[in-house]
Design a protein around this ligand. Sequence first.
Ligand SMILES: Cc1cc2nc3c(=O)[nH]c(=O)nc-3n(C[C@H](O)[C@H](O)[C@H](O)COP(=O)(O)O)c2cc1C
Length: 334
Amino acid sequence: MYVLQRNLLFMGDPETMHNRVLYALSVAGKSSFGRSLISLIAGACPASPLRVMGLDFKHPIGLAAGFDKDARALPALFALNFSFVEIGTVTPRPQPGNPKPRIWRFPEADALVNAMGFPGEGMLAARQRLERLRNSSASLPPVGINIGKNAATPLDDALSDYKLVLTKLLEFGDYFVVNVSSPNTPGLRTLQEPDSLRKLLAPLLEITQGRKPLLLKIAPDLANDDIATAARVVNELGLAGMVCANTSIRRELVPRAATLDRGGLSGSPIFPRMLECVRLARQELDSSRIVIAAGGIDSAERARQTLDAGAALLQLYTAFIFQGPRVVKLLMGK
Ligand SMILES: Cc1cc2nc3c(=O)[nH]c(=O)nc-3n(C[C@H](O)[C@H](O)[C@H](O)COP(=O)(O)O)c2cc1C
């Protein structure tokens, strides 16, 4: 059924279609009729409850950062069966992101490349929407907030951007993810070096004071030793865990994407490396710290493999684009 709709959706420019779908979801999610309709389309997904980081999840499958950057469509996304949603990356000030086009589809490989560069309305807009939502809903599934820096902020001042967003949004998120792994903001990934990580993460932990879990999102392109080192820093400082992983700069994994000169690859081709990252992080992390996995999880079999590799929670983005509104139900093996 979705194949027909997908053919129509895929006729348009990827980002335009994304914005239209997000807008439709944000409108539909405002009424109980709209949410019921979305639930009907998504299909009933049996619960498989779990408690992670002190939070209750209906099942382990959530929506990865980047789909709903500004927290526009949360009620609809929960009606689509996602057990949690990570909004963002949220930056302090609004910014347009990189020049367009900046999303490319590769249906032959179930993959996307994006070079978005954190376009968004900034922390105050996200805060306003989350505040309104929390005031109007008695209980909401967990909402993660992925935080980043503005492109115009020099790397040396990155910490002040992360501190600003975390402070402003602390009350409104259930967990927070420090994004130092997007390939689309120049220099950002250098913050993954151990000394930079310590300088960035320690002051952020002083802000959370243990009130909200803080995690580190890494790139799948880090060398194995660097993943282990990052995990040791997470242990040493006392973060809640790691998100493995962001998009990959190994665009050559998809032949037609190899000619692009920018952007990060997501979807099916990055799954094997993502799984290695999860295993490496899990090996090094203390048992009290968790791994959230993201990267090419697009079938019930892959979801199972990722949980077996030690991930506590799973996230997807690209599989949602290619498989549509029933993707969570499909991945739950129902
Ligand atoms: C269009 C697009 C935009 C994204 N934006 C963000 C972002 O703003 N912050 C972030 O941490 N990850 C972002 N991601 C990465 C995803 O959160 C996820 O880590 C990655 O896509 C791997 O999962 P997948 O293979 O299921 O898509 C984005 C991914 C895509 C495809």
